[in-house]
Design a protein around this ligand. Structure first.
Ligand SMILES: [Fe+2]
Length: 449
């Protein structure tokens, strides 16, 4: 809430954005314990989570428009852009599934939010992360206005940079009897897709201004990197980005048109930077082959969604350098070898859904079958599904962590994209990196280190 003094303040008050609080004040509100039990709600709505998709609100921007990072910084935008360009590289954070829905989970969310905040605040100059890209599930359960403070604004109160977001299923599924205008995507848009800088009611006493994304899908155009974010809708599984020939009648194909226009623009502009694609639902999430070695984790692969994306990429002749997703509450890194443009390219597919809500094991024991964990480097081509496309040559599960919370720290320069996974609270911040993959931007070759 905006505190007004007795003197008249010019209107608008917020002509530029505010990120982290500069005063380290104690939290006046604490974590509300009024959040209902997840279990009870899930029992009531269980089957709806397999079929109740939501309409995709059209973006305010043209299909081929991009959102310059500088816009998120207001009048400081040109200086921030110059600092990044002079440094010859950009650093940013990405994570998903941060929302805490009870006091026990809140501590975990705070650990993650505090570590990314410390990482950003203690990095200087060109090493300082320029933004955080949230991969969805910001607020559980499901995206209600009254939980934004506890689950988003308060944990990230001191994060000193813009936070972009694509909505997850928990930011979009509409619980029956939700009053009109209080649907989660309406609240999400109020906080992430505002038309001008200002503080929403959800931020209460804090000062992080709402983001100015043109919609729930958008392309962030930062120096050295473009991130194309798609909204993968409200189901538990799978991710849904389009109408799929009438299978999802209320979902339009606006995101397919958007993706096509964005890839076409990359081609016609001769864009040489890194291209990342981001969805909340992961194209691949591990489950064991049908050998009786336990069952998969809490979420499956969204291969139909991926095949739609693949088709647009092939039509337009542009394939992203990496794919980021969340939803499954762990870290998984795959290498997908794809036949593209007459050669084979290596594409990292990364799941980073352990941002605070939960950490789930990759495999669970099934009756009579103990959980058998996969080896690093396992060939998991069967995750492509029964309609495996001919261009999908090989799929390897390279590395994973299903025990710790964590986040991605991404570095992009003119030549390379480096995606590092950092564990939270396991070692010191400086030693927290557990995994990293490097992609050569010009030829899509990849090295893990
Ligand atoms: Fe999710």
């Amino acid at each position: 809430m905006v505190r007004r003094s007795h003197t008249h303040l010019p209107d608008p008050i917020f002509h530029e954005p505010i990120f982290g609080e500069t005063d380290k004040l104690p939290d006046p509100n604490g974590f509300s314990t009024a959040h209902p039990s997840d279990g009870q709600l899930y029992k009531e709505i269980g089957d709806l989570l397999t079929k109740d998709v939501v309409a995709v609100p059209p973006s305010r921007a043209a299909v081929d428009a991009v959102v310059p990072l500088a816009d998120a910084y207001g009048s400081h935008g040109p200086a921030v852009t110059k600092l990044i360009e002079d440094a010859g590289k950009i650093i940013f954070h990405a994570l998903g599934d941060s929302g805490a829905s009870n006091v026990r989970k809140y501590a975990n969310e705070l650990h993650v939010a505090d570590q990314v905040t410390l990482d950003a605040a203690s990095s200087t100059g060109g090493n300082r992360p320029a933004f955080l890209f949230h991969l969805g599930d910001v607020v559980y359960d499901f995206g209600e206005a009254q939980y934004y403070y506890d689950q988003f604004y308060d944990p990230f109160r001191n994060y000193p940079a813009p936070i972009f977001a694509i909505p997850g299923n928990h930011d979009s599924f509409v619980v029956p009897n939700t009053p009109e205008g209080e649907e989660p995507l309406a609240i999400f848009q109020r906080n992430f897709c505002a038309q001008k800088f200002g503080i929403t009611a959800e931020a209460r006493s804090l000062h992080r201004t709402a983001m100015l994304q043109p919609g729930v899908y958008f392309t962030l155009d930062a120096p050295f990197v473009r991130i194309i974010g798609l909204f993968s809708n409200a189901l538990e599984d799978p991710g849904v980005i389009s109408n799929l020939d009438g299978k999802w009648p209320t979902v339009s194909n606006v995101q397919i048109d958007f993706l096509r226009a964005q890839l076409k623009k990359i081609k016609t502009d001769g864009y040489k930077g890194a291209v990342l694609l981001a969805t909340h639902h992961p194209p691949f999430s591990y489950s064991p082959p049908d050998t009786g070695s336990g069952t998969g984790g809490n979420h499956g692969s969204s291969t139909v969604m991926l095949q739609q994306i693949d088709k647009v990429c092939h039509d337009e002749g542009v394939y992203p350098h990496a794919f980021l997703a969340a939803h499954a509450h762990n870290y998984q890194r795959y290498t997908r070898i794809v036949a593209f443009g007459g050669k084979e390219i290596d594409v990292p597919f990364i799941v980073c859904g352990d941002g605070g809500h939960n950490v789930n094991p990759l495999v669970r024991a099934a009756r009579g079958h103990p959980a058998q964990e996969p080896h690093a480097g396992s060939d998991v081509g069967y995750l492509e599904g029964k309609h495996r496309p001919s261009w999908a040559k090989q799929l390897l599960l390279e590395k994973y962590d299903d025990q710790n919370y964590g986040y991605l720290r991404v570095h992009v320069d003119k030549e390379e994209l480096k995606i590092g996974f950092h564990q939270v609270g396991v070692r010191t911040l400086a030693q927290s990196r557990y995994d990293m993959v490097t992609v050569n931007l010009a030829d899509h070759t990849m090295v893990a280190n």
